[in-house]
Write a protein that binds this ligand. Structure first.
Ligand SMILES: NC(=O)c1ccc[n+]([C@@H]2O[C@H](COP(=O)([O-])OP(=O)(O)OC[C@H]3O[C@@H](n4cnc5c(N)ncnc54)[C@H](O)[C@@H]3O)[C@@H](O)[C@H]2O)c1
Length: 422
């Protein structure tokens, strides 16, 4: 962070700058520039203190396109890199935004924390349970401010809905539902071809197993393959299950079961299930996750959402708003129905919250522990699906009662990449 004239440093941690002057510049680099990474950078660039020093991508077509867009918006072309380690080596960079596919979140984030940088990392925070533990450890050990891209956490209507849940007015909550029914997400199989010119596919694969290039597993479509992501269970699951956990003040379940399959989509286009139901059992409630691609009529006629089913009433919240629906007449509750209160997206607010925390060194709204907690729960759902077993979780030992699931807690990285040891 470069200091504005006359500004004073408040606390200096070696390799990490911190100051309370809201005018101080924040020097930013983006790793992974195509989709959400660049949406994030755009939101950063809307803040006056942000300077964009560098862009990094293993696809030079993406890199050049994004560089021209940054130059147009900011009046200065950023430095361009293929290797994220060179970005992290730069001492002038305060903040790294990580917009790579999920299998490429952990290493850049841990390296960035080790280099004393603050990190805005996309969700799900890690691609395995074990990576999430390592990432949380790194952020804490190196005092990095980390915001995970669960931007609903900065949304007023989401907070209002959770405050209402916490007020107790719904009565005892025994079931929470979260779901994502996505008609627009309907992958179609594409014939194999060579990697486009300008793409370093081996670097794109990175720690994942070596494979021939396939457009079905590349930009955006990576989310449907276990090597790189966890399907809708982790993609939308982390956004919504996060609020289920927040509302219920819960973290890890006692047991997990899941079922589903690829009933609609050609499995050559999508390995993760296109249709899935996962049931988590906590001490005194159950959480049910459902997803489906290709259809959009979820519970309460909502494509996605979270429903807290209380003995007096049910609260339903989604990206568009929240409402409270009363239990049938005859109940003793004196509650009144709350018609839908509309809400809006809060991506810009989430980035602003992060920038403020970079300066104040406070914890941002979707901090590393929040990101870890929900990613772990979402991955548990996938492990129950993949092992086709009801899993029991020992939170002390951080182990399941199933060896096949335990083997998938930590990933196996392809040489020369190594899982960070902290
Ligand atoms: N918060 C949200 O609302 C939201 C929305 C969409 C996506 N996401 C998350 O954002 C991440 C990216 O998803 P996407 O759909 O934008 O992906 P994408 O495929 O559109 O973009 C990923 C980019 O990362 C690049 N990349 C891959 N490996 C790299 C490496 N080692 N170094 C540098 N660049 C590398 C790719 O070439 C590509 O340009 C995912 O984790 C996804 O879950 C979050």
């Amino acid at each position: 962070m470069t200091m504005a004239a006359g500004a004073g440093l408040v606390s200096m941690i070696p390799g990490q700058l911190s100051c309370s002057n809201p005018n101080s510049k924040v020097v930013v680099a983006l790793i992974g520039c195509k989709g959400m990474g660049f949406s994030n950078l755009n939101a950063f660039m809307n803040n006056p203190e942000v300077q964009v020093a560098a862009l990094c991508d293993v696809d030079e077509n993406v890199l050049n396109k994004r560089a021209a867009e940054v130059e147009k918006k900011m009046g200065k072309k950023p430095d361009l890199y293929k290797d994220f380690r060179q970005v992290i080596d730069r001492k002038d960079i305060d903040v790294v935004i990580i917009g790579t596919p999920d299998h490429w979140h952990c290493l850049p984030m841990v390296y960035a924390c080790q280099a004393g940088k603050d990190v805005y990392v996309e969700k799900p925070m890690g691609n395995t349970i074990g990576e999430c533990y390592i990432m949380e450890k790194a952020a804490k050990k190196y005092n990095s401010v980390v915001q995970v891209g669960q931007w609903q956490r900065s949304g007023k209507h989401w907070q209002d809905a959770i405050d209402f849940v916490h007020s107790g007015q719904l009565g005892k909550i025994r079931t929470v539902k979260a779901w994502a029914y996505m008609s627009w997400l309907k992958p179609t199989y594409k014939e194999p071809c060579a990697a486009p010119a300008g793409v370093d596919y081996d670097f794109w694969l990175g720690p994942a197993a070596k494979r021939d290039f396939s457009p079905n597993r590349f930009h955006f479509n990576f989310r449907w393959w276990w090597d790189y992501a966890g399907g809708l269970m982790t993609d939308w699951g982390v956004h919504l299950i996060d609020f289920a956990l927040y509302g219920m003040k819960a973290s890890t379940p006692n047991s997990i079961m899941a079922t589903g399959g690829n009933y609609a989509i050609d499995p050559r286009a999508m390995q993760t299930p296109d249709t899935q139901t996962t049931i988590y059992q906590f001490d005194d409630f159950i959480l049910q996750w459902e997803h489906a691609v290709g259809v959009d009529l979820g519970p309460y006629k909502r494509g996605h959402g979270v429903a807290f089913i209380g003995e007096n009433a049910t609260l339903v919240v989604d990206r568009g708003g929240w409402e409270v629906i009363l239990e049938k007449a005859g109940k003793k509750s004196e509650m009144k129905e709350i018609p839908r209160i509309s809400g809006k997206g809060s991506h810009g607010e989430h980035v602003r919250d992060f920038l403020d925390c970079v300066k104040s060194r406070k914890q941002p709204k979707a901090n590393v522990t929040i990101g870890k907690d929900v990613a772990v729960v979402a991955h548990m759902g996938n492990l129950a699906y993949r092992t086709q077993t009801m899993l029991h979780w020992d939170d002390q030992a951080k182990r399941f009662d199933n060896e096949a699931a335990n083997k998938l807690i930590y990933p196996t990285y392809r040489t020369p990449w190594e899982l960070s040891k902290l």
